[in-house]
Design a protein around this ligand. Structure first.
Ligand code: TEU
Length: 673
């Protein structure tokens, strides 16, 4: 990419991958139409002129910050044939359905009210029956649990509450024996403040461990909240800096005050992380989900964040780390030194058995030459996502693009009803923009976000018929578009948000900190609670409901977090017993996916892309096996297209393919001729 300067035009910014993503993100956040940017007047505006005419709106420094950000990213994604045709090189993670387990809330085996590894082991047959191919565990390493395991104290030790190292070995072998791989959650943007590295840094801030973190001299001020080194804001409220009296230093924490950012510019830190990955690959782990991995490269000098960007993105300073200048270099090194099994690597204790299209199991496969790298990349758009995960890049294999979760002008905390037509527009736009060099992760839920059914239906989510119908719509979209589906525990049960009634019901520090901040800014108890409830991460973290009994059969003790749902028909036992259940819909879809290559490597061609409520696409395998997937996104009839096609309905809410589709009707058909 040509370097930009103040003479460059707005259209040059939009032609730049990072520039395109930033402008798309700004439009998404503000809800302004992309047409604004595409008109020639705006497109021709020189950046220096924009700085003058826009000074009142964008304030000083925005244009210069933008120019330096973009010039730090000269690469552009490889152009390759349309993703509509080729799927690029085969890979197990392109065929797999992933299932995220939140271990604290999956199954408790010892009655302490906390989910654990032996609990997961006891439910492996359930996961195998559902048909998933790879289990992803949210963090299980030793942690003080300030952020429920996303604050790691020892990367090589299993958290005592979760079980023992031997339990983990048994869990790994249990997955492999059932034809499932297993990946863990690698949280290496930061460590817990109780990690020995950080404790050593505090003891000797000028020693070797001092440079593992971002420690800066300064004055604490009389109440310890003196002048932090810059104006960056934490994702969990307040400044991103904490004064460490014993070290007489400020320490950077983008997240909780006990989550201390690692200095990835230090090659020793990068080496430490690579060794942690190698350690777990040797134990049989098949790869990692990498937590906020796009934050690891910070702009040298840690400059102040631009006020305009901070107001827009809510987190001042984010432009200096969300896609930092050395990010690609660090990821390439991590893939090479950490995730690639060297010729002399220790053979893992077990490896996954081959699972055939009909679901039967073959012999153990040789270990994958490279562990899978799934990047959690908050704020990253389509173009940077391609630079982070393109097949030619040697960095990540897939990234999570979070723009799918909130439509234009909305953020997670807003109480609104998600229009499924946005999911259609987002999915078509994403898949039309990428090439065969790219591959996307398809997700709708995780442990950080409210349940999608509740976002779509609002208070109607308690209606069992609507809840089931929308669950089927979401499952069908996620499991038949082109890409790798990541299911989050409970999705297969049509899980919905919880009817929490007060802040005392919640446990997540993000929710609690945000509530405290709102209250300190004058919000009432009820007002502050109402403001955090829609986006609280606690909704998705309540225990799985296995049985139709109090507590759902999750624990014999007192659960660490109480689910307040008591609806009938949506526990595992009830769902598995009902052939028409959401669970069996997921199970049938996953089986269909496995049996027909069209749903993995097949091309994708959208039907009537501009139509509202009618969301449909063809999937065609390289051998010409052709399928049509049709979904009615609305609670009202919609006109079907391609009515005259000769098809055989294989899976659907009805087997009769009429001229119109019933409300929330779903149909998957094999196409003939
Ligand atoms: O989440 C990062 C992330 O994108 C969300 O936490 C989001 O930034 C935050 O909720 C503010 O809106 C990852 C983990 O998934 C999350 O559970 C951890 O709390 C976080 O990183 C820090 O490790």
């Amino acid at each position: 990419m040509a370097r930009l300067d103040r003479k460059s035009r707005v259209r040059d910014v939009y032609a730049h991958p990072l520039g395109r993503d930033i402008i798309d993100k700004l439009l998404l956040h503000t809800g302004i139409s992309p047409r604004w940017i595409l008109n020639p007047v705006a497109g021709n505006l020189r950046l220096g002129r924009l700085d003058q005419v826009g000074r009142r709106a964008i304030g000083p420094g925005f244009v210069d910050t933008l120019i330096s950000l973009l010039n730090d990213h000269p690469d552009e994604p490889a152009r390759s044939e349309s993703a509509g045709t080729s799927a690029g090189e085969p890979a197990w993670w392109k065929e797999a359905v992933f299932y995220q387990v939140y271990p604290r809330s999956f199954q408790d085996s010892d009655g302490d009210g906390l989910g654990d590894l032996r609990g997961i082991i006891s439910r492996l047959d359930y996961l195998q029956d559902l048909g998933v191919d790879c289990v992803w565990l949210s963090p299980i390493f030793d942690s003080p649990n300030e952020d429920m395991g996303y604050d790691i104290r020892d990367y090589r030790r299993v958290m005592a509450e979760m079980g023992t190292s031997e339990d983990l070995d048994e869990l790994i072998e249990g997955c492999h024996e059932r034809g499932m791989r297993i990946i863990l959650d690698l949280v290496v943007n930061h460590t817990s403040a109780e990690h020995e590295w950080f404790r050593s840094a505090v003891d000797d801030p000028d020693g070797p461990y001092g440079d593992y973190y971002f420690l800066r001299r300064g004055e604490p001020g009389e109440d310890g909240t003196g002048a932090p080194p810059n104006n960056w804001v934490s994702f969990f409220s307040g400044s991103a800096w904490r004064w460490i009296p014993d070290a007489e230093r400020w320490a950077l924490h983008l997240f909780g005050p006990g989550q201390m950012d690692l200095n990835w510019a230090n090659p020793t830190v990068r080496g430490e992380v690579a060794e942690v990955v190698q350690f777990w690959l040797a134990r049989g782990i098949d790869g990692f989900r990498l937590d906020v991995i796009n934050y690891i490269s910070k702009r040298p000098g840690l400059p102040n964040g631009n006020e305009f960007i901070g107001r827009l993105m809510e987190f001042t300073g984010i432009e200096h780390y969300y896609v930092g200048p050395q990010l690609h270099a660090y990821l390439r090194e991590l893939r090479r030194r950490g995730f690639t099994r060297g010729a002399d690597a220790v053979a893992p204790s077990s490896s996954v058995r081959l699972r055939l299209p009909d679901g039967t199991l073959g012999d153990p496969l040789p270990p994958d030459p490279v562990g899978v790298m799934v990047g959690e990349t908050p704020g990253v758009g389509i173009e940077i996502g391609r630079l982070l995960s393109g097949a030619d890049r040697g960095e990540l294999d897939m990234v999570f693009n979070f723009d799918v979760l909130e439509p234009p002008g909305k953020v997670r905390w807003d109480d609104y009803r998600y229009d499924l037509n946005y999911l259609k527009d987002f999915s078509e736009g994403y898949l039309d923009r990428i090439g065969s060099n790219d591959w996307i992760a398809l997700f709708l839920e995780n442990h950080d976000n409210p349940r999608m059914i509740s976002k779509v239906l609002g208070p109607d989510d308690h209606d069992p018929g609507l809840r089931t119908a929308v669950a089927r719509v979401l499952a069908t979209i996620q499991l038949t578009l082109r890409g790798t589906p990541f299911l989050y525990q409970g999705q297969e049960l049509a899980a919905i948000n919880q009817d929490f009634t007060s802040i005392g019901d919640l446990r997540d520090l993000e929710s609690l900190n945000r509530y405290a901040e709102l209250r300190s800014n004058g919000a009432t108890v009820g007002g502050a609670f109402d403001e955090i409830l829609p986006g609280a991460r606690d909704h998705a973290r309540v225990p799985m409901r296995w049985e139709p009994v109090d507590g759902g059969g999750f624990t014999d003790g007192t659960p660490w977090l109480h689910g307040v749902e008591d609806s009938t028909g949506f526990t595992v036992a009830e769902q598995r017993a009902d052939p028409e259940s959401v669970f069996n819909w997921y199970r049938d879809l996953i089986r269909l996916r496995r049996q027909h290559e069209a749903f993995t490597y097949g091309s994708i061609e959208f039907v009537a892309p501009g139509a509202r409520d009618y969301f449909a696409w063809f999937r065609t395998s390289p051998a010409g096996d052709r399928w049509l997937i049709e979904v009615n996104l609305a609670d009202a009839p919609v006109q079907r297209r391609n009515g005259s096609l000769r098809v055989e309905v294989k899976l659907g809410t009805t087997t009769r393919r009429g001229v119109t589709m019933a409300p929330y009707e779903v149909m998957i058909s094999r196409v003939f001729g």
